[in-house]
Design a protein around this ligand. Sequence first.
Ligand SMILES: *Cc1c(COP(=O)(O)O)cnc(C)c1O
Length: 396
Amino acid sequence: MSITPLMPVYPRCGVRPVRGDHCHLIDEDGTRYLDFASGIAVNLLGHSHEGLIGAIQRQAATLMHVSNLYGSPQGEALAQRLVDKTFADTVFFTNSGAEAVECAIKTARAYHQAAGSENRHELITFTSAFHGRTMATISASNQEKMHKGFMPLLGGFKYVEFDDLEGAKAAIGPNTAGFLVEPIQGEGGIRPASDAFMKGLRTLADENDLMLVLDEVQCGVARTGKLYAYEHYGIEPDILATAKGIGGGFPLGACLATEKAARGMGFGTHGSTYGGNPLAMAAGTAVMDAVANDEFLAEVTEKGERIRTRLEQFIGNYPDLFELVRGKGLMLGLKMKVESRPFFAHLRDNHQLLTVAAGDNTLRVLPPLVIGDAEIEEFFDKLSAGAADYAVPEPA
Ligand SMILES: *Cc1c(COP(=O)(O)O)cnc(C)c1O
């Protein structure tokens, strides 16, 4: 037998973390890495946050799981918190981002089908998007590398160029149910949508009775200095998928919706065995306690601006390597003039700095939101050293 016990779908690197310490990961062999990847925007409180750990420990000892057949004081409380802090009137809890997007897609379809518009099932989605790895969420993305081997795709998605408002408008037809978009593309390369695009989608949705569905799985939960990124654009969605940071490392996601948008989601229409169980709710509540306040959000904004300014100065020293810095808050991307993946591996293997590669030759800088001055200094030391001793590999 040559297949590995872990199904070999990830090309895993040699870093094998066994312990976390605030903003560092410690490998099997004791090597310390500075973690500016945060499990891909997940560990927003770092790796040893007392509030989060204590909440999980206490809840694990009290009640870990019960069925959604029973009343959920824990779920009601966290849903209320999210309702109070966002556009939403109602929340469905999931265990992952893809499941949150899946629920968002079902909610958008059900909105129309509840009113008898069976044909209005199509969501307009955007190039270079990433929405997850289930059949519906790969179908929602135009990226062929995720489709290969899994055909046929699920119908009901139409792809339009990201940030192209005219294209989105032209794609609206009698079958359109709404738009599904990341306000800031993550996997696509930390590409923020323009103000005009997001406002324009809102207007088109209002004019045509369409659902504006946001995938904030990566950009949500304080990452950009707002609790949710839509707040930067002065608009509100009808439906929003959130996950990654919301559990701080515990598997948790949610689909948020307005009362109007959720009109098709009545008893029996959707479900999840684990979704919203008490342990997950304890983790989500601890994260909200830490991040959903103006003081914390202002710190994220301030640290983001500080890092961005320094990154902009830094890339000036290496005009052959770097093109520009983009993103919002602590969701930053360095667009490179060379392939970003080998550079990201170089930083990891030779400088013990963890970042994440992304599309469009971008290096993602996604530190825990709790980083302090010492970690910021360490980051620039490692990044500078890494750029200074980097030999751009010959194209294969
Ligand atoms: C990570 C991600 C997902 C999928 O989340 P999973 O928890 O891996 O299912 C969906 N959308 C966006 C924007 C993401 O970044």
